[in-house]
Ligand binder design. Structure first.
Ligand SMILES: [Zn+2]
Length: 112
């Protein structure tokens, strides 16, 4: 099926760019030494930056894992069907988020 092929390429692309993003984030994530001679203000700024980076890292990692899951299940009959209502998920949505497991309506209803 041509659409599935397109989704496979999309997943591979997304995984490749997330991989680069994760590596870049990981290289910036460093514990701040408790006794480093920075002023308190700079220190708290740095800690805030680390928290933001850490949040971004966790989000990217989550999406990475969801995409890996989608990649493994791409050939399943159930792939592309909403887990909630069993209706096919719109292809535009699948292209944008190949890891989607709910259609737009169910995602909205369940706040996903
Ligand atoms: Zn649904």
């Amino acid at each position: 099926m041509a659409q599935r092929h397109q989704l496979r390429l999309q997943i591979n692309n997304d995984l490749a760019s997330l991989d680069i993003e994760l590596k870049a984030l990981a290289s910036q994530l460093q514990p701040i030494e408790p006794d480093c001679s920075l002023g308190d203000l700079l220190r708290s700024e740095m800690m805030h930056d680390q928290e933001v980076l850490n949040g971004a890292y966790i989000e990217a990692k989550k999406r990475y894992n969801s995409l890996l899951y989608a990649q493994r299940h791409l050939d399943d009959k159930k792939y592309g069907l909403c887990l909630d209502c069993d209706e096919p998920i719109a292809f535009e949505r699948m292209l944008l988020m190949p890891e989607s497991r709910y259609c737009v309506r169910c995602a909205k209803e369940n706040n996903l």
